[in-house]
Design a protein around this ligand. Structure first.
Ligand code: DSN
Length: 425
């Protein structure tokens, strides 16, 4: 590389990834094949439209690549249709809103501090200016059970056009049948944002909302699914010609979504990313991905138990998926940002996170959020989880002592050398 400034910074990030343990639950380490597709000449190509229906010439190979990505995504999630052009999770959610809603329509979605996502109607988003978001919550944060009675009452009162299940900070499984029964009662489109758990669904260790009557699922491809940074929208319905506007019916959802993505929101698809998605979908179809997904959950369960032994108070009392939320303010009287900073110094990366109805400010909230997808990719197993919980607690205890933190950092660095990144293997 001639641009040594950028080369050195990339090398620095690579070394940071090697020397630490990535505990942010939405991150992962991709394979060398995914990286190769991302760094390919496909980045040079414009391909507006969809396979077989493009506005530019020279699509002999790109058509085949996008069709492979579509076919593999459909197979992986048992969907009738896949749109693999969505640039990421936030635009995927916006595309579904714009495919189905008129301005002013209502969406019933999970409250942000109870685990929902910014794009599920936070006031700062563009969607919240266009549509009316009503929020449901957990009934009991000690168990994580959603208040389904409240959800039904809200649905009957507000008649939402979309009921949205899904989250970015919720450690339990949802009862999709309850959602579907309520959605069908009020005639709402059932949408699940499964960005966090897509890999668990693909690996057969989490329920697939499409099996329970949901119409649409949105996802990112870079979290548990272990692909490139990007989005995908899966749906049930009849796949029509995306160049012609269909009637707004549930059956036409696939075509409505395709039109909402292009030409509704996006221009040329990022074909190098679509190729990398195809690679990741193929990897996720392999039998060993099932073992990977199961190990993510085993590791999270073991880490949650080990953290509880060290005095961390866990929201919902534990985890059923890849993700753990701890109330460190309640546990140790310090905010999540202080813990995030102390752990960063020893090479454990996670993020401060609001707890349900948190009284502390969003930037210095009461909680931390962590998970096991990336460390599982690296080869860590249940027996290593007590070590991580121990480092976490020791870093909290010595958080103002830079020398003690440096010693812990050396311990972490030595340990991780046994677990190379997939791109180094
Ligand atoms: N930023 C992602 C996460 O960390 O959950 C969601 O968009």
């Amino acid at each position: 590389m001639i641009d040594t400034q950028i080369q050195d910074l990339i090398a620095g990030e690579q070394q940071r990834q090697r020397d630490g343990l990535e505990l942010i639950p939405s991150e992962n380490y991709v394979s060398r094949d995914v990286l190769n597709a991302l760094g390919s000449v496909l980045t040079n190509k414009y391909s507006e439209g969809y396979p077989g229906r493009r506005y530019y010439g020279g699509q002999e190979f790109t058509d085949q690549i996008e069709q492979l990505a579509i076919d593999r995504a459909k197979l992986l999630f048992g969907a009738d249709h896949a749109n693999v052009q969505s640039h990421s999770g936030a635009p995927a959610n916006e595309a579904v809103y714009s495919a189905w809603l008129e301005p002013g329509d209502t969406v019933l979605a999970m409250d942000l501090s109870h685990g929902g996502h910014l794009t599920h109607g936070a006031a700062v988003t563009r969607s919240a200016q266009l549509y009316n978001f009503v929020r449901y919550k957990m009934k009991d944060i000690e168990t994580g059970e959603i208040d389904y009675d409240e959800l039904r009452t809200l649905a009957l009162e507000h008649k939402p056009k979309i009921i949205l299940a899904g989250f970015s900070a919720y450690p339990r499984e949802l009862d999709y049948e309850r959602f579907a029964a309520i959605g069908n009662e009020v005639g709402a489109l059932l949408m699940a944002d499964m960005a966090h758990i897509a890999g668990l669904i693909a690996g057969g260790v989490a329920k697939n909302p499409l099996d329970y009557g949901f119409h649409v699922i949105t996802t990112t491809t870079h979290k548990t699914l272990r692909g490139p940074r990007g989005g995908t929208i899966l749906s049930r319905g009849v796949v029509g010609n995306p160049l012609k506007a269909p009637e707004k019916t549930l059956a036409n959802i696939p075509t409505l979504i395709d039109r909402a993505v292009f030409p509704g929101m996006q221009g040329g698809p990022h074909m190098h990313v679509i190729a990398a998605k195809a690679v990741a979908f193929e990897e996720a179809l392999r039998p060993e991905f099932k073992e990977y997904a199961a190990q993510i959950v085993k590791n999270a369960t073991a880490l949650a138990a080990a953290m509880q032994e060290k005095g961390f108070h866990l929201i919902t009392g534990g985890t059923s998926n890849h993700l753990i939320l701890a109330d460190v303010y309640r546990s140790f009287g310090i905010n999540g940002k202080e813990v995030e900073i102390a752990l960063d110094k020893i090479g454990l990366t996670l993020n401060a996170n609001s707890t349900p109805d948190d009284l502390l400010p969003r930037f210095t909230p009461s909680g931390i959020r962590l998970g096991t997808p990336a460390i599982t990719t690296r080869g860590l197993r249940e027996e290593h989880m007590p070590l991580i919980a121990d480092w976490m607690k020791r870093a909290v205890d010595v958080r103002t002592d830079e020398t003690a933190l440096s010693r812990l950092r050396e311990e972490v660095k030595l340990f991780v050398q046994e677990f190379p990144l997939p791109s180094d293997q």
